[in-house]
Design a protein around this ligand. Structure first.
Ligand SMILES: [Zn+2]
Length: 339
């Protein structure tokens, strides 16, 4: 058994366990299995001169948005090549695992671990092939973005993958801690009203919980992530949307103001002040005071095809018991934006 078989087996058993857990736990299970692959991303990124965090980000996004059918067809972690890309398009054997004939047909399948087989389900072979493919693509266009576009052909995938890359690059793959979204030294009351009816804005249900607190109480980022949305919405007032590398979207609404210097695209860490409790919303920009001040907090899960809200109560109950470290300074990404 090679040293990487360990990681693969861990992934498989976590996958089986996830069947009896909620979707969130499933995400966390596969995410923790991916951390074990970090040395492989780094090794094959180095040999192919591509960014390791981009390889990890492609794998993460592919895993989180994989359909049930794709999962059954290829029950292993991350990005899976089409058979023709692995074996070579003209190769009569689309399931070819012989490195010599794969290379003859210009396939991308690799034997990275030296077992004389190029196996799409072997983590080393698969990640080495992905790195080689990325290196070839970026050589053609001198552009990461075109390469990633060719893998997913989806603008949402592009946005998420490059954001994941920035987060992995800046914080590593082990940055998974969380924080309760209100500074706990202030008074607050959580109303667990997920799914209740709403009176304003037509027929809709309450897609979150309300945490009542005084005007100006600091609102904190509850995960590592990036600011996907910041601005006005007639329901949410001044609101912020933060996405993490599990493709969960945290929605913070009715703020009185945003933290100074925080902008769309910025990275955040758990405990970082992102804004302050207010009562904005239910009208045109600037409307406030139509209800008592509170933070509306929602979590949405995105699987690529569907996005839905789930009750954040379980997570909030867990986070409220944890120690808080409040961070005032905005985080600087180590990867510079090229635009
Ligand atoms: Zn609410």
């Amino acid at each position: 058994m090679g040293r990487w078989d360990h990681a693969r087996i861990a992934g498989v058993s976590l996958g089986a366990l996830a069947l009896c857990l909620t979707p969130v736990n499933h995400v966390h299970a596969s995410v923790s299995a991916q951390v074990a692959l970090t040395p492989l991303y780094k090794e094959y990124a180095d040999t192919n001169e591509v960014p390791w965090a981009l390889l990890a980000a492609i794998d993460r996004y592919a895993e989180l948005t994989k359909s049930k059918t794709d999962h059954e067809a290829a029950p292993y972690y991350g990005y899976n090549f089409q058979p023709g890309t692995w074996s070579g398009v003209a190769n009569p054997n689309l399931d070819d695992v012989n490195p010599a004939s794969i290379h003859m047909f210009a396939g991308f399948g690799e034997d990275a671990d030296g077992d004389l087989l190029a196996l799409p389900w072997d983590e080393a072979d698969r990640i080495a092939a992905l790195a080689k493919w990325l290196s070839c693509e970026t050589e053609l266009d001198d552009d990461d973005e075109v390469a990633v576009w060719n893998l997913f052909r989806d603008p949402v995938a592009m946005e998420r993958i490059f954001a994941f890359e920035k987060i992995f690059e800046t914080f590593g793959m082990n940055a998974t801690s969380h924080c309760f979204p209100i500074a706990k030294q202030y008074n607050f009351t959580v109303k667990h009203t997920f799914g209740a009816g709403r009176s304003w804005g037509g027929r809709r249900v309450h897609e979150g919980v309300d945490i009542f607190a005084s005007y100006g109480t600091p609102v904190l980022a509850c995960s590592y992530g990036f600011v996907e949305m910041e601005g006005w919405n007639r329901f949410g007032g001044w609101r912020i949307g933060i996405r993490d590398t599990s493709n969960l979207y945290y929605y913070y609404a009715h703020l009185s103001s945003f933290s100074k210097g925080l902008h769309q695209g910025d990275l955040v860490v758990p405990g970082q002040v992102i804004g302050y409790v207010g009562s904005t919303g239910y009208g045109p920009p600037g409307t406030a005071g139509k209800f008592p001040p509170h933070l509306h907090f929602g979590i949405y899960k995105d699987t690529g095809l569907h996005e839905w809200a789930f009750s954040p109560s379980g997570l909030l109950n867990q986070w409220v018991r944890q120690k808080q470290k409040i961070i005032q300074t905005p985080v600087k990404s180590t990867k510079e934006d090229e635009d």
